[in-house]
Design a protein around this ligand. Structure first.
Ligand code: PBG
Length: 329
């Protein structure tokens, strides 16, 4: 005579060994990509107040961070350059200057890591324009899509020349993937991959990033980044990016957009990435600093959620630490 339930899911949760064996997803260091900031003209790293533990690197400390990432088994690094304020202008000249900080940093990091770490570059104008927008402006002050595409084409070429394995167009201009692909192929760089920021939302969670890159933006990016209310619009962006030749697609931010991530992962045959952005990082660090949340558990739980939703890769400011944590677990 049995009493109570016959089927007992709890049997598979009894011990760590049992839970480990039946786990459906596991984190691996190679799927983490470290976003890193490098600032021109500084001799010591500058802490980013809203992102405790993250700094604007000097050229030197960036190389060290890249070497540490390699040692931890991290898969890639995504570089953002912060030029000297007086070099910023309306068209973002430092972004296409072969001696611009991002290009210098790409060369530095490639010397340090060779092909052991996938070196990626943010392909966008917001870090280099004096108005802080991701594109150039027309006479009325609106972001001019097609004029911006010409700048992106040039950026793709200088970034490839400087050693990027992967370029990441993140400006949400229409047609940007096609233009970047064509620009790379034109200079014989069909070996350089394009990671498309496919679904990028006009998000409050980018707040701390603006401090990280010293952005001069006033206003918002709602005429080019997506409305958080929209789901199907992301599928439209996905179709376009794939048709234009994206090698990998990304959803950004991460946690508030797991539904989009899951939809992409179910839909496509290319690798799908999630970007756990600055605001997601800041929330956990702030709560943990107050003793309100278990920091490491929260980090690993969030990273696992991206994996469960179908991400093959995650850009995370915790990449190196998380790689060490999952290795030791
Ligand atoms: C644009 C870019 C941004 C981020 C990555 N690439 C800022 C924006 O679109 O406003 C945000 C990343 C983060 O918040 O961690 N170059």
């Amino acid at each position: 005579m049995t009493e109570g339930p016959i089927v007992r899911p709890r049997r598979l949760r009894t011990t760590p060994a049992m839970r480990r064996m039946v786990a459906e997803n596991r984190l691996h260091p190679a799927e983490f990509i470290l976003p890193a900031f490098v600032r021109e003209g500084i001799s010591e790293p500058v802490p980013i107040g809203s992102m405790p533990g993250v700094v604007q690197h000097t050229r030197d400390t960036l190389r060290k961070a890249a070497a540490e990432a390699v040692a931890a088994g991290v898969g890639g690094i995504m570089l953002f350059g912060v030029p000297e304020e007086e070099k910023k202008d309306a068209v973002g000249t430092p972004g296409t200057d072969p001696d611009g900080i991002l290009q210098v940093a790409l060369r530095d990091v490639r010397v340090e890591v060779g092909d052991e770490l996938i070196v990626m570059s943010d392909l966008c104008l917001d870090e280099t324009t004096d108005h802080g927008h991701c594109g150039v402006l027309d006479a009325e002050g609106r972001v001019d899509n097609d004029a911006t595409l010409e700048r992106y084409a040039e950026m793709a070429q200088v970034q490839a020349d400087a050693g990027a394995h992967v370029v990441g167009p993140s400006g949400m201009m229409d047609g940007q993937i096609a233009v970047v692909r064509e620009a790379l192929d034109q200079i014989g760089r069909d070996d350089v991959s394009v990671l498309a920021y496919t679904a990028k939302y006009a998000s409050a969670f980018f707040g701390p990033f603006r401090e990280a890159v010293g952005s001069s933006l006033k206003g918002d990016r709602k005429t080019y980044q997506q409305d958080p209310a929209n789901f199907r619009e992301s599928l439209r962006e996905l179709e376009l990016d794939l048709a234009e030749g994206a090698d990998m697609v990304m959803v950004k931010p991460g946690l508030p957009y797991l539904d989009i991530l899951k939809a992409f992962a179910d839909e496509v045959t290319v690798p799908v990435a999630a970007y756990q952005v600055s605001g997601e990082y800041a929330m956990v660090e702030a709560a943990a600093a107050n003793g309100w949340i278990e920091r490491e558990r929260a980090i690993l739980e969030m990273l696992t959620s991206f994996k469960r939703a179908g991400a093959g890769m995650v850009l995370t400011y915790w990449a190196t630490e998380a790689a060490q944590l999952v290795r030791n677990s």
